[in-house]
Design a protein around this ligand. Sequence first.
Ligand SMILES: [Zn+2]
Length: 125
Amino acid sequence: MGPRDGIEDDMSVPTKIDRMEDGDIVIRWDDETQTRWKAFELRQACPCATCREKKREVASAPSKPKLLPVISAAEARPVRIESMRPVGNYAYNINFSDGHGSGIFSFAMLKRESQPRGPAVAETQ
Ligand SMILES: [Zn+2]
């Protein structure tokens, strides 16, 4: 056993997905583990091109204390998961209550990213 830094060798598939009353999603996997996601965490982890671009802009922007962060009304409101739709046999397309629904969340990502990990996240794609 060792660290699996972003290597998608974990081909577990979901056996059941439950939506909790508080909006969390609990995914049960065929290896009998489960992962729990908050809707906003999934929203922030959205891997679509638009969101990745947005995150890169934020990360590369020099800090200017006099500029206040701009948060749209949609972003400030708690986001909910409207629907999850299987894509092939490897991913889910998730629609959020803020109208965003272009992210394809691979099983590997859904399983991996809910594990504790360090702050440095290398995107290698
Ligand atoms: Zn997105």
